[in-house]
Design a protein around this ligand. Structure first.
Ligand SMILES: [Fe+2]
Length: 501
């Protein structure tokens, strides 16, 4: 009897792929992932990197052929499909295998082989057929700062059962330079490798470092992920063609011409490390359907927006904020969303996006100009599309959990429910109540819930409700955090807004 390890390696040996990496050592250090679940298609992902913290992953320049298998059972006895795919240096030896003609609503296991090695096994599933009538369970989360804490929340998410997909809204890396333990700011639990990300090599190395995290690998091996990006995949608060550093508060101005290659480098590295299609590289807004229950409209609120008016921090809106042509989605995406909402016959329309949609009013009547509040005309156009539909909005970005009613103006009738996932680790160990949050809640009664613990949201879309449970971990600075439920809300058909569940 051959040892199990050798048995697993047999198919790879039979492929006879040449050893071509410049470094020896395990190839599948970054795990596997799947994504883009549709009734008939999926994307399977891996990236070969024997030296994850080297810009080329230790792979050199030669292409490498991989074998892959999609099986109906974890033991890979019932192979549904198999084949070969080539990883090239142009994509940092990442693989984005786009499979089609798959059956709907089916679970699969998958793995890759290369150079005599076998990858970890991933589990995935296709979306149910559009006429399938059953509840759909899904998770949402993002903002995973390596330095601020462990990704234990993702470890818990990996163990959730019966999950159709995980929406990752972005901030899958943070671009800032490594800080030593003891540095000022949020305590450094573990340091970023290298300086601030500016080049493709920098961003690749940063993504690879994050992908070595065992909880993040477990998440991606357990569920298909629908990924978008926010600002930190490139730079804090970038906006369309504009660097954050285009205003007077920065010592050096960065022009649009200087910023363009940095943005392209950041988004290329994001694509290389996410289980997304080639098409999502150029257009990250896209739509998914999960049975009768759910249409998921994934938005890109970064790439096509105007520069933040009046600066991008908390500001009292200046006249520029009231430009009636203001764009956060851009005209093309806005028309695409309007069309998709009008055509959809799903029970729930869910916007999967990044930045706060409900009003937040800070002391001095200041607003966050990086969120929808900074673009009131675009916000009003969006709300006119949502009005009269059963709709929920999934949001991230602010590192706090919130549930609230989206209204056109404070005090008006709700148009939709908004559920803001907190962060996986950004801003470190939480607290029972953020300083100032009670005061915000008292001035903004349309926001119904707030929590300053790290975690993610768990949702169920069904005929009688769309549910949001705020799952929380009490600490991220050390291992062993349990999973708690910090709050539970629903939104009901024909009754826009949130209700305590
Ligand atoms: Fe973040």
């Amino acid at each position: 009897m051959l040892p199990r390890r050798f048995l697993l390696a047999l198919p790879a040996l039979m492929l006879g792929a040449p050893r071509s990496a410049r470094a020896s050592g395990p190839l599948f250090t970054l795990g596997v992932a799947s994504g883009e679940p549709r009734p008939d298609s999926l994307v399977l992902w891996t990236r070969l990197a024997p030296l994850p913290l080297e810009p080329d992953g230790g792979m050199g320049a030669a292409p490498v052929e991989l074998g892959w298998e999609l099986a109906e059972d974890e033991g890979f006895r019932r192979i549904h499909r198999s084949g070969r795919v080539t990883a090239t240096v142009q994509d940092a030896h990442s693989v984005h295998l786009e499979l089609d003609a798959l059956p709907p609503g089916r679970s699969f296991f998958f793995r890759f082989h290369a150079n005599g090695e076998v990858s970890p096994v991933g589990r995935t599933r296709t979306a149910p057929a559009p006429d399938h009538d059953a509840p759909v369970r899904f998770l949402a989360g993002g903002c995973q700062n390596w330095e601020h804490g462990l990704f234990a929340a993702w470890g818990h998410a990996a163990r959730e059962e019966d999950i159709a997909f995980v929406f990752h809204y972005g901030d899958s890396i943070y671009e800032r330079a490594g800080r030593p333990p003891g540095a000022r700011g949020v305590p450094v639990v573990r340091s970023h490798h290298g300086g601030e990300c500016l080049t493709l090599a920098d961003y690749r190395t940063r993504h690879a470092q994050y992908r070595t995290d065992p909880d993040l690998q477990a998440l991606h091996a357990a569920h298909p992920v629908i990924a978008s990006y926010d600002d930190h995949e490139v730079e804090n608060n970038w906006a369309g063609d504009h660097s954050q550093q285009d205003g007077s508060r920065f010592p050096r101005l960065v022009t649009q011409e200087e910023f363009a290659p940095r943005r392209e480098a950041g988004l290329q590295a994001w694509w290389e490390h996410m289980p997304v299609t080639r098409a999502a590289q150029a257009r990250a807004y896209r739509r998914f359907r999960f049975g009768r229950a759910l249409a998921l409209h994934v938005l890109d609120t970064r790439r096509f927006r105007d520069d933040q008016p009046c600066g991008d921090g908390l500001q009292t809106p200046c006249p520029a904020a009231f430009n009636p042509q203001a764009q956060i989605l851009g005209a093309e995406q806005e028309a695409w969303l309007n069309d998709g909402l009008a055509r959809s016959d799903a029970r729930w329309q869910v916007l999967a996006q990044q930045v706060f949609l409900s009003h937040r009013i800070f002391p001095g009547d200041r607003r966050s100009m990086d969120s929808w509040d900074g673009y009131p005309a675009a916000r009003e156009r969006l709300l006119s599309m949502l009005r009269g539909r059963d709709c929920a909005v999934l949001t991230g970005d602010v590192h706090r959990a919130w549930a609230g009613d989206v209204t056109l103006e404070p005090g008006e009738a709700p148009v939709a429910a908004e559920f803001v996932a907190t962060s996986i680790s950004s801003e470190g160990d939480g607290s029972d109540m953020q300083r100032g949050a009670a005061e915000i809640l008292s001035r903004t009664p349309w926001l119904r819930f707030h929590s300053n613990h790290r975690g993610y949201t768990r949702h169920e879309a069904r005929g009688d409700a769309l549910e949001a449970r705020f799952m929380a971990v009490p600490f991220v600075s050390r291992p062993g955090a349990p999973l708690l439920e910090a709050g539970r809300f629903v939104t009901l058909p024909g009754r826009p807004g949130v209700v305590r569940g």
